[in-house]
Design a protein around this ligand. Structure first.
Ligand code: SAM
Ligand code: SF4
Length: 473
């Protein structure tokens, strides 16, 4: 698909800021949403087209219950038809929480003297990764505060360590990063370490609001953060993740900001974001925020459905910040990746005592189900948990885009690979009850494949049962 740039008030130039606050408010204030228009926009999205800002405003401004229902149903249909029933699983791993910024919402802010500061030593990092592998994890996102100690070289070294640890049948096959913006040279350094996605969240796309939350430190520079993924792409990374922290400003503006960011990357680099994240503010040690922009569950569900429709080709991540019940619901509206067995206190995967301590973590998580409990619940809903990393390792980059745009891709690659990685989990880590449910879900999914593919998947599963690992299409 060739992306065609739209014309916005600020033209898209690589490495240049692109958010025009007045323009976004203009779209939100002037766009009229009728049930007929909502239907047209959903139709465009279901035909696999990314929506422009005016069309997203149509969905955001829909006020009647019928239209809101249509939006949710549209997102559900898009998810089901295009992506099927897979959910990719990963775990966050906090490497260090020293931070020289003072973000009002974050437990790691420099002014929080209550925070217990820690950077994992090499040995501690290895122990954490071993504990994650013992649970069956294959995909990690490493998370860091913004601090001189967490240089590109340091980040690259921790990534290499993550790939090198192999315990039993365990190994980490994909390491993503959530860290402060780097310069181009820095992005090159982490690229060479073999990272998957580089995530940077803009937090809020509203320049004035941004200022009030980020009074000091490097993060106070709105434009440097806004253009960080431009630098990543200039450095040759082709896999970047965007996000906004919901609760800092009007959620409608943030949805428009995320889509504008998407348009910018498409226009300048002919590539969209690999993933979109939409964390909602949670309680944190020394949290210092009003609730003016609090996003209710209802609006949160709405915005997830709108984002699904707005950027149909992008992966959507929903983390354990949200409670299990809401996560189970939102999976239906287009979320494609969730974390499982999440611990965010530094060093806590390897600890026996598993309690939460707000002073040791960045914020409070609300879903502390183990990875296996999550897999059980996904299987009960007939979803297919996946640890697949095949595309990335075979150089089929832009994988999410391919599964979305190449006809038959999901049946040929994604579903079989999801089944193979689930089969590995069932053989290596699952208790009996999970294994029973898992094999039955795999069997149901095999039947959806054509005969040749069925045969190939069964042959590979046979080899996994004999002890081979890391088989994929
Ligand atoms: N220090 C890096 C940075 O600022 O980009 C890494 C980010 S931080 C460790 C990961 C993300 O957590 C932030 O970008 C922010 O969106 C989110 N976050 C911070 N405080 C939060 C809170 N109280 N509740 C939910 N999410 C929060
Ligand atoms: Fe530091 Fe990131 Fe937290 Fe801000 S959000 S205080 S930069 S860790």
């Amino acid at each position: 698909m060739k992306f065609s740039p739209e014309k916005y008030a600020i033209p898209d130039v690589p490495m240049q800021p692109f958010i025009d606050t007045g323009e976004i408010w203009g779209f939100l204030n002037k766009t009229v949403s009728t049930p007929g228009r909502v239907k047209e926009v959903i139709k465009k999205s279901l035909a696999k087209n990314r929506l422009n800002l005016e069309e997203v405003a149509v969905l955001i401004n829909a006020a009647d219950s019928g239209s809101m229902q249509l939006i949710k149903e549209g997102a559900r249909e898009l998810k089901k038809k295009i992506y099927g029933n897979r959910i990719v699983l990963f775990a966050p791993l906090y490497v260090g929480n020293k931070c020289s910024n003072n973000c009002a919402y974050c437990g790691f802010k420099t002014s929080n003297k209550d925070a217990v500061r820690k950077t994992l030593s090499d040995e501690e990092l290895v122990r954490e990764i071993e504990a994650l592998e013992d649970n069956g994890q294959k995909r990690l996102i490493l998370v860091y505060g913004e601090h001189a100690q967490y240089s590109p070289g340091f980040i690259a070294q921790t990534v290499k360590t993550a790939y090198s640890v192999k315990k039993g049948k365990g190994e980490i096959r994909r390491v993503n990063i959530n860290a402060a913006p780097l310069d181009i040279e820095g992005f090159r350094t982490v690229k060479e370490a073999g990272i998957g996605t580089y995530q940077v969240f803009q937090e809020t796309y509203h320049r004035e609001a941004y200022k009030t939350y980020h009074l000091r430190g490097k993060k106070a520079d709105f434009d440097y953060r806004l253009t960080s993924l431009d630098r990543a792409l200039e450095a040759g990374l082709d896999d970047v993740g965007i996000g906004a922290l919901f609760g800092l400003y009007d959620w409608r503006f943030e949805v428009m900001g995320l889509v504008r960011h998407t348009n910018h990357l498409e226009a300048c680099y002919n590539i969209g974001p690999h993933t979109i994240s939409f964390p909602r503010i949670k309680d944190a040690s020394m949290l210092d925020l009003g609730d003016e922009y609090f996003v209710s569950d209802e609006n949160f569900t709405r915005l997830v459905a709108i984002l699904r429709l707005a950027v149909p080709y992008t992966g959507m991540i929903l983390t354990a910040r949200e409670p299990a019940k809401l996560r189970n619901q939102l999976i239906q509206f287009g979320v494609s990746q969730i974390d499982g067995g999440t611990r965010i206190e530094l060093g806590s995967y390897a600890e026996k005592e598993q309690g939460h301590d707000l002073k040791k973590g960045q914020f409070r998580i609300n879903d502390d189900r183990s990875l296996n409990e999550i897999i059980d619940e996904l299987l009960q809903q007939d979803m297919l948990p996946s640890f697949c990393t095949a595309c990335y390792r075979l150089g089929r980059t832009g994988e999410h885009f391919m599964e979305f745009s190449v006809p038959g891709f999901i049946k040929r690659f994604c579903s079989p690979n999801a089944m193979l990685t689930l089969a590995e989990y069932l053989v290596d880590y699952a208790p009996e009850r999970t294994a029973e449910m898992g094999w039955s879900v795999i069997e149901k999914n095999i039947h959806l494949l054509d005969e040749k593919a069925q045969h190939q998947v069964r042959e590979k599963i046979g080899r996994i049962k004999q002890g081979e690992r890391d088989l994929y299409f």
